[in-house]
Each structure stands twice: as structure tokens, then as C-alpha cells.
Design a protein around this ligand. Structure first.
Ligand SMILES: [Zn+2]
Length: 384
């Protein structure tokens, strides 16, 4: 079973009832509740995430139409005011402080008999998140029974496979930018994309290339491959050109309909211009996807994308790869990133800079870029 955080939505409003049986000051709880959230997972599973400041110690019980998670030595979060993602089994969530224990009570629209052990996990802090207790469940039967077609090899089951779609920018009649020595962006990024695929495959990921040869693809067509493969992450690889030949370094972008700066806007215009080469169409896909995504989902996808992009910038810098001056992550309306899949557009370097043009064609530098990106993918938290 694939567990992905891409459909997970955070609470944005509403109210949660807090029932205190003892004054909070009387407690010496070491752990404390940060937040509770729900989302819909592939296979129509509901995910409940309980975030706490420390690693949670917990028990779970299943009264009729409820899941009660009892957290040992934990204090309530009285300021928590969640509402729940639609389409989940969870109607409401309440907190009840019982001595030094905190009960998180999920009231359900249908009963859940029990949650199998392999559908419960505790994740360590990552980025903005603290410890997370993650429960995946379906109504009635257990999730394991509901997905009995999957192989059950117990402890020997390999880690969950996440799907990465790697998009080598440009191709075919669209060369992308061209260096002074004649290096074409489409060629460099394809070479890096292929190496990246090989290494990510070896690291246990499921990877797909949007193109594996010198062909032209519309931007929305590339994005739609991410959708069709149910990708967990979409990486679009490019190389940059700048009127200033001294400008060099990598830069990373995520999707935003409003550009973070003028330079990012210009870059998005330049990259989006690839579509003007061929007018035949995937434009509708673009519109459909945006309509299908709620504002909340768009926000969640954007958040995950920025999280990934930050870690990618960090890894590239740690490999001593030159970074273009400016922030680690910029935002602009890149058409290729318009989908429900979190992702980033990575400008690997500047073909307009003679030194970097040469560097980008060498296997050693390409490998360095690939190693950094592989590290960033490995460290990305796909789960919650
Ligand atoms: Zn490009």
C-alpha cells in the first residue's frame, strides 16, 4: 500500500471541544498536543494525524462510532480549533484531559473495527512538524482486510515505494537555452534526468521520465504524466540563461500564481514559452486540474513543494554547488508545475556562463547534481 501525504489537508477553522476533568495546572505532563488533522488517502482511506511535542506513548480503543487515542502524560491544546477535511469518516474530534492522560476522540460517521498495526506509525520531527502519530483506516473492516490483494510478507516487506516523475525540460524542436559553446539545455537536462532516474531507482523509488529521448512535449502533458503515474513528487529539470554572462549557479522554484520577484516571473515566462512552439493542445488539462483542486488542496500542495524545494537547495549547497544569488526557493507561475503533485523546477546552472556551461556537460558535475537531488528526495518526508 502506498501512503502519501499529498492529499493530506490541515485544519483551517471550526472548533474542537475541550473537556477538562482536572485543572491543567495540576498536571505535570511532559508531552503536549500540537494539532490534529485528517485527510483522504488513496484507496479511500481516512488518515488521522495527531501531532505532539514529544514522541507519543499511546493506546487506541474502538467504542461504537469512535476511535479514542489515549496519550500518556500529555496535556491538551486548548487553542486548537480544527475543522475536518471533507470525505473522511471523521465527523468531529474532541480532546478530553483525564488526569495526566489526554484522550483524542474521533467521532465517526461509520464504525471502524480496528486499525491494523501496519497502518499506524509514529513519525519523527521534520521541517515544521513535531512528532506525528498517523492512523490510516476505512469503515467497517480493517484496512488490511480491505486491501487483501496486496502482498503480505510481514517483516520482509520492502519499504513503501514512492513515485517520482522526472521531467527533462524542453526537447525536440525546442532546444531550451543554448550556451556559447553550443550546449543545448534539452541535452544537458536529459542526461541529468537519466542519471537521476538510475540512482533513484537504485534507492528504491518508482521513477518515470516524462521524456527519455529528444522529443517535444507540451508543459501540461508533462504535468499530466505526474498525475497519471500518481506521483508523490514531480521534478522538472532545466538550465538557465541570463543576459549577464557572469551570472551563475543553480536556483529552485515552486508554483505560485504570483511570482516572488521580477526575475522569477521572467524565468516562468521564458519556460512557459516552450508551449508556444506547438499550439496543439493540452490547455484543457491545465484548467481541469486547477478547477478540481480546492484552495485548501492547492495550499497543501504548495506547502509540500516548498518543503521539498528547501531541502533540495540545502543538499545542493552542501555539495558545494554554486547557488545563484538570492533566496533558496522562489515562486512563479510555471505551467509545468500546475498539478496536484507537489514538486519543484530546478535550474541546474547557467548555460550562459562559459564556466558553468562546460561544467554542466561533465559527468562528474552531473553526478554531483544528481547525488544532491537524490539526497533531497530521500530526506523529503512523503508521509505527513
Ligand atoms: Zn528550461
Amino acid at each position: 500500500m502506498k501512503i502519501s501525504r499529498r492529499t493530506l489537508l490541515k485544519f483551517t477553522g471550526g472548533a474542537v471541544a475541550v473537556i477538562s476533568f482536572l485543572p491543567r495546572t495540576a498536571l505535570a505532563a511532559r508531552n503536549s498536543l500540537r494539532t490534529v488533522r485528517t485527510g483522504v488517502q488513496p484507496g479511500n482511506k481516512t488518515r488521522l494525524v495527531i501531532e505532539t511535542s514529544q514522541r507519543p506513548s499511546y493506546t487506541i480503543t474502538y467504542p461504537t462510532n469512535q476511535i479514542i487515542v489515549t496519550l500518556a502524560n500529555t496535556s491538551a491544546n486548548t487553542s486548537l480549533s480544527p475543522s475536518l477535511a471533507s470525505g473522511t469518516l471523521v465527523k468531529s474530534v474532541t480532546q478530553a484531559q483525564v488526569g495526566d492522560k489526554l484522550q483524542i476522540i474521533a467521532n465517526l460517521s461509520k464504525p471502524v473495527n480496528s486499525i491494523p498495526k501496519d497502518q499506524i506509525m509514529v513519525l519523527s520531527p521534520n521541517g515544521d512538524n513535531d512528532y506525528r502519530l498517523v492512523l490510516d483506516f476505512v469503515a467497517g473492516q480493517s484496512v488490511a482486510a480491505a486491501t487483501s490483494t496486496k502482498k503480505t510478507e510481514g517483516k520482509t516487506t520492502p519499504a513503501k515505494k514512492y513515485t517520482i516523475v522526472i521531467d527533462a525540460g524542453h526537447g525536440g524542436k525546442d532546444p531550451g537555452c543554448i550556451g556559447k559553446a553550443g550546449t543545448k539545455e534539452k541535452t544537458v537536462v536529459l542526461a541529468v534526468a537519466k542519471k537521476l532516474k538510475t540512482k533513484l531507482d537504485a534507492a528504491g523509488f518508482n521513477t518515470y521520465l516524462t521524456r527519455s529521448n529528444d522529443t517535444y512535449l507540451k508543459l501540461a502533458q508533462r504535468a499530466s504524466i505526474g498525475e497519471k503515474k500518481h506521483a508523490d513528487l514531480f521534478l522538472s529539470l532545466h538550465a538557465n540563461a541570463n543576459p549577464s554572462r557572469s551570472m551563475k549557479g543553480f536556483s529552485i522554484y515552486t508554483l505560485s500564481e504570483k511570482a516572488s520577484d521580477e526575475e522569477a516571473k521572467k524565468l516562468a515566462d521564458a519556460e512557459n514559452a516552450a508551449d508556444k512552439i506547438d499550439v496543439s493542445g493540452f490547455e484543457q488539462f491545465d484548467k481541469d486540474i486547477r478547477v478540481a483542486l480546492s484552495a485548501l488542496q492547492q495550499h497543501a500542495v504548495a506547502e509540500m513543494s516548498v518543503e521539498y524545494a528547501n531541502s533540495c537547495a540545502k543538499q545542493l549547497k552542501s555539495m558545494k554547488i554554486t547557488q545563484q544569488p538570492g533566496p533558496d526557493v522562489r515562486h512563479a507561475p510555471f505551467a509545468v508545475l500546475r498539478s496536484t503533485v507537489p514538486g519543484a523546477l530546478i535550474e541546474l546552472g547557467h548555460l550562459s556562463n562559459a564556466t558553468e556551461e562546460k561544467l554542466l556537460t561533465t559527468a562528474s558535475h552531473q553526478n554531483k547534481l544528481v547525488d544532491a537531488i537524490v539526497k533531497s528526495v530521500k530526506s523529503y518526508n512523503f508521509d505527513v
